[in-house]
Design a protein around this ligand. Structure first.
Ligand SMILES: *[C@@H]1O[C@H](CO)[C@@H](O)[C@H](O)[C@H]1NC(C)=O
Ligand SMILES: *[C@@H]1O[C@H](CO)[C@@H](O)[C@H](O)[C@H]1NC(C)=O
Length: 394
């Protein structure tokens, strides 16, 4: 009898210890009332859980999204700044968006899952984010479709291991962030789904995207204005519109992209490979860009600079007085097959592209055609390239 009392007493102590330990730094959305049956609106429970984790003091606070459940969420703002220096989201289950029929409940159309001003955020998988896009693509204008997952002003962000499906608009937007590491994602939507870019980066610096598969209906990765020091490595892209810088200079804006290194990537059945696009009438620059060690499997437009890109005239517009400058761009070590005849297309503005280097390129046709390179106002050098880029041979 005495022994039982002692054991119970000890058990009681250790139990209460672990409960208070957990309660301070570890928050399971289930404890806040999230049901996870794929039907109940779990947004209020997620918001309460977020307030708890974001308000927790200490070095790290963890939010757990448990496995084997589907959480239906309406648009949610996970807002910081948080009390602890790092927030960890242990993302095991699945988050599902409502269908477009319920878009009346979307107060803001900018984003569905919106992380704002959260520094030191770590989100890791193997969970899933399903934007339920098929119901949105046909019925809702692009301007009313949200980005599925937005990080705005989130410095030192790590995102890994998740699967992103069928976003309403972009799958992931990185906006005004510094120090971002993205790895081991699977981003998947049908090739004909509109505007379902994989990752869109704007106004951000110090990003690394690695070991990721992106097959969607728009750009695999889009690098917009105000970005610098972006590394992309071991990304497989296709279907989709390739890895694109731009469009820069839309509506006469001044936009800059500086230091982008794309290495060891594969384009498989994508409509473009390595692409830079700018809109006539804009200012700013794209400079210090390199695409190296690229594998092409029936890729459309493997290498393309398009300085006449705009929304109109089938994306082909006239030169204007101003143009975004393109300076210092290398395409090196491209191997494989192109599905279009113009495998290399350097269509620069009348102001010209400078410092273009193309070397060690060996592209053949996936359908037995003779390939060629075409140039307009491109300046630079080229060596060991099939097809030959005669405009860059001095
Ligand atoms: C990108 O790669 C360059 C060259 O290897 C390296 O110096 C730089 O620190 C890297 N930046 C990021 C953000 O990974
Ligand atoms: C280019 O690639 C083709 C097919 O992969 C190969 O047969 C050919 O030898 C390569 N040419 C050069 C110059 O590397």
């Amino acid at each position: 009898m005495e022994g039982v009392v002692v054991m119970f007493f000890m058990f009681g102590i250790s139990l209460s210890h672990s409960v208070t330990g957990n309660a301070q730094h570890y928050f399971d959305v289930g404890k806040f009332g999230a049901v996870g049956d794929g039907k109940t609106d779990d947004s209020p429970a997620f918001l309460k859980a977020w307030e708890a984790v974001c308000g927790a003091r200490g070095e790290t606070a963890t939010l757990k999204i448990p496995a084997d459940k589907i959480f239906l969420l309406y648009p949610l703002e996970f807002a910081g700044p948080c009390k602890s220096s790092s927030i960890h989201i242990q993302f095991l289950g699945k988050i599902l968006a409502p269908s477009a029929d319920e878009r009346g409940k979307f107060k803001s159309v900018g984003c569905w899952l919106c992380f704002m001003r959260v520094d030191g955020l770590i989100v890791d998988g193997p969970g899933q984010i399903d934007g339920n896009g098929a119901t949105w693509w046909t019925k809702v204008l692009i301007s009313e479709r949200p980005t599925a997952l937005l990080f705005h002003l989130c410095n030192d962000l790590r995102l890994s291991g998740l699967t992103h499906l069928n976003s309403q608009n972009n799958h992931i937007s990185i906006h005004s962030c510094s120090g971002v590491s993205i790895s081991n994602l699977h981003i998947i939507a049908p090739s004909d789904s509109p505007n379902t870019d994989g990752i869109v980066i704007a106004l951000s610096t110090q990003l690394l995207i690695s070991n990721t598969f992106i097959g969607t209906g728009d750009d695999c990765i889009a690098i917009k204005g105000g970005t610098s020091n972006i590394n992309i490595t071991s990304v497989t892209c296709g279907p989709g519109h390739g890895i694109s810088i731009g469009s820069l200079g839309e509506d006469g804006t001044n936009q800059n992209v500086d230091q982008v290194y794309v290495t060891g990537c594969t384009f498989k059945g994508s409509t473009n490979g390595a692409r830079i696009k700018t809109t006539p009438g804009g200012t700013g620059y794209a400079r210090g860009v390199s695409f190296q060690g690229i594998t092409l499997i029936a890729s459309g437009n493997p290498i393309v600079i398009d300085q006449h890109y705009c929304n109109g005239l089938d994306h082909h517009c006239q030169d204007q007085k101003k143009a975004v400058a393109i300076n210092g761009v290398t395409f090196s070590g491209f191997q494989g097959t192109s599905s279009v005849v113009e495998a290399i297309n350097l269509d620069c503005s009348k102001q010209g592209c400078r410092g273009i280097t193309i070397d060690n390129v060996n592209i053949s046709s996936s359908v037995g055609q003779d390939l060629r390179a075409v140039c307009n106002n491109a300046h630079g050098t080229s060596a060991s390239t099939v097809p030959v880029v005669s405009c860059l041979l001095s």
